[in-house]
Write a protein that binds this ligand. Structure first.
Ligand code: ZN
Length: 509
């Protein structure tokens, strides 16, 4: 990050050290991206060692006493400046990161990297073979690590607070539970009204044959057309799609391609574009420093959900673009029109797979994971009982039992990372997305007219000004309130979902 060394020499010295740490973190991150997107299976053992060494090295450098001294020197130099001054924010973010990292002994960091390195390939294999028993010992190690982590970080009320706060600064388990309860209370009746209406949407055209090379070509065009800068981006392939940034000049995404289902690549691409375009939009002055990232996991997810759902599953988007999609896949879509396609991609389908679920019931998939993680961490649920508990809760919340563990408890990569506390940020992201969208439409009428014409340009420009450029400068709750004028609530999402699914199903919801 650029700091005027003549005016603020000590803060500039801190920024210089942080730039080096940033470079090393990016190099280490690239090993992880490569493992999931490129590496041959034989690289596994070597990569575990490489990533473990990098992680230890980075931990040692980040927690060095000298870094602590630089932080305190900079804080003294900046005394009296407002909290929203970027230099003050830099110290806030760095101090939080430093204090968190200092809580973790070297031995813990090494064990965590080792558990994660072994859990990931075990999960890939267990998922492919639908064998939860083979993954269970790894998951037990993950639960133990998270329990240990909560104690190391410390917490006031609930051990889950400690792991949640790492991803969503300032959020508590009790607050999230309150939001999720309010969501369930409104979404369950809406979903029930749709089911009871007996209205069926035909989405068979999504499951026809879509040649993978054609999907890859279309995804590339789609990504560019919504504003993803491929000069500073890259589209790869991974078992579980993700975005990974190595500075604002290199924000990559991955997608998965099914020859018999086009939804995964279309909406996976849009989703990850939302993540990558957030970081591509951070202030260049924050480059090579901790402010040039997203404000939190929840705010990050809000950007991906905006692009995937609020933009990418809107009526206007497909009215404007369906002709192009049909031309790319004439055999699969020759007998479909824009209206039919729009309804198909918004079908409330009751899939057991989170990443393929609809906007309405998606949050219930998150509620399930939020509950199970808490139960595992608290010791109220044993890993050996997890697959059964998963299926029971899935039946209660969504009315479906997954046909296999592969489509149930083994579907997500997250527990190999090996962090708990991340899942709730997906649903928080949905709530933030709707609240930001409502504020953007109120502030600038071209946001809505642009979207009706299939373009997110005006929306993204508003987000660039109110969200993206700020990076990590503001805490997530503060960012949301500054951008929208209100604290986060479920109201905007509920209004949005009601209007959207009333249109999709021709119902008064
Ligand atoms: Zn995401």
């Amino acid at each position: 990050m650029k700091i005027d060394a003549a005016a603020l020499p000590r803060t500039a010295a801190l920024a210089e050290r942080l730039a080096e740490l940033h470079d090393i973190a990016c190099a280490a991150g690239l090993l992880g991206w490569d493992r999931e997107a490129n590496m041959p299976p034989g690289g596994q053992e070597g990569r575990i060692a490489q990533m473990g060494t990098m992680s230890r090295l980075l931990h040692r450098m980040t927690t060095d006493d000298a870094v602590g001294a630089l932080i305190e020197d900079a804080a003294t130099e900046l005394a009296g400046r407002p909290a929203d001054d970027p230099a003050v924010a830099l110290v806030r973010v760095t101090r939080r990161h430093y204090d968190d990292a200092r809580c973790l002994p070297d031995d813990f960091v090494r064990r965590r990297a080792d558990v994660s390195g072994r859990a990931h390939p075990a999960w890939v294999k267990a998922r492919a073979e639908d064998d939860f028993g083979a993954f269970a010992p790894h998951l037990e190690a993950v639960v133990d690590l998270n329990r240990e982590l909560a104690e190391l970080y410390g917490y006031a009320d609930d051990p889950y607070d400690a792991v949640l706060d790492r991803f969503e600064e300032g959020a508590t388990t009790a607050e999230v539970r309150g939001l999720f309860d309010a969501l369930q209370a409104t979404l369950v009746p809406i979903a029930a009204a749709i089911r009871e209406s007996g209205r069926a949407i035909d989405d068979r055209m999504l499951h026809r044959h879509y040649p993978v090379p054609d999907q890859q070509a279309y995804a590339r065009e789609l990504a560019q057309s919504v504003g993803y800068d491929l000069e500073r981006g890259h589209i790869g392939t991974a078992v579980h799609p993700f975005a990974a940034s190595f500075g604002r000049g290199d924000c990559r995404i991955t997608t998965r391609w099914y020859p018999d289902f086009v939804g995964a690549s279309l909406f996976g691409t849009l989703h990850e574009c939302g993540h990558a375009m957030y970081e591509q939009g951070t202030d260049p002055a924050y480059a090579r420093g901790p402010l040039g990232r997203g404000a939190s996991s929840g705010v990050h997810e809000s950007q991906s959900r905006l692009m995937e759902n609020i933009v990418g599953r809107s009526r206007g988007f497909w009215e404007a673009r369906f002709g192009g999609l049909q031309a790319a896949f004439p055999a699969a879509l020759g007998d479909t029109d824009a209206d039919g396609f729009y309804r198909a991609v918004n079908k409330v389908s009751g899939t057991p797979i989170r990443v393929e679920s609809d906007e309405l019931t998606y949050n219930l998939h998150i509620v399930l994971r939020f509950e199970l993680e808490q139960a595992l961490l608290a010791g109220d649920l044993a890993v050996r009982d997890l697959a059964g508990a998963w299926n029971d809760r899935m039946a209660a919340l969504l009315g479906i039992v997954p046909p296999s563990n592969r489509e149930g408890v083994l579907q997500d990569v997250h527990w190999t990372r090996p962090s708990f506390g991340y899942f709730p940020t997906y649903a928080l992201g949905n709530l933030i997305a709707a609240q930001l969208y409502e504020a953007a439409v109120a502030a600038d009428p071209t946001v809505a007219t642009d979207l009706q014409a299939g373009s997110p340009a005006a929306l993204w420009s508003w987000l660039g000004e109110h969200v993206h450029q700020h990076g990590k400068r503001f805490k997530p709750a503060e960012l949301v309130e500054r951008a929208t004028g209100s604290p986060l609530s479920v109201d905007a999402f509920v209004r949005y979902a009601r209007a959207k699914f009333s249109d999709v199903y021709d119902l008064e919801l």
